[in-house]
Ligand binder design. Structure first.
Ligand SMILES: [Zn+2]
Length: 68
């Protein structure tokens, strides 16, 4: 039987401090979007990364495949 989850400290989906410190440029280039989303995925879970960017990051080895 698994141990019951503690619900006292739910992890917030939105990492507000990270977003305040990492604003997306107004007209981001493809490279800037890649960098932003790579950093975002590692620090915040408020939104899914676009599939095309995720594939590109994995291809470059900048992001894991989600597998251990
Ligand atoms: Zn976020």
């Amino acid at each position: 039987m698994p141990a019951p989850e503690t619900k006292s400290a739910p992890r917030p989906k939105l990492n507000r401090e990270w977003h305040l410190a990492h604003r997306m440029p107004k007209n981001p280039s493809y490279e800037q979007r890649l960098e932003w989303h790579a950093a975002h995925a590692a620090n915040c879970a408020c939104r899914e990364m676009p599939e095309t960017l995720r594939v590109e990051l994995v291809r470059r080895g900048l992001m894991g495949t989600g597998l251990p």
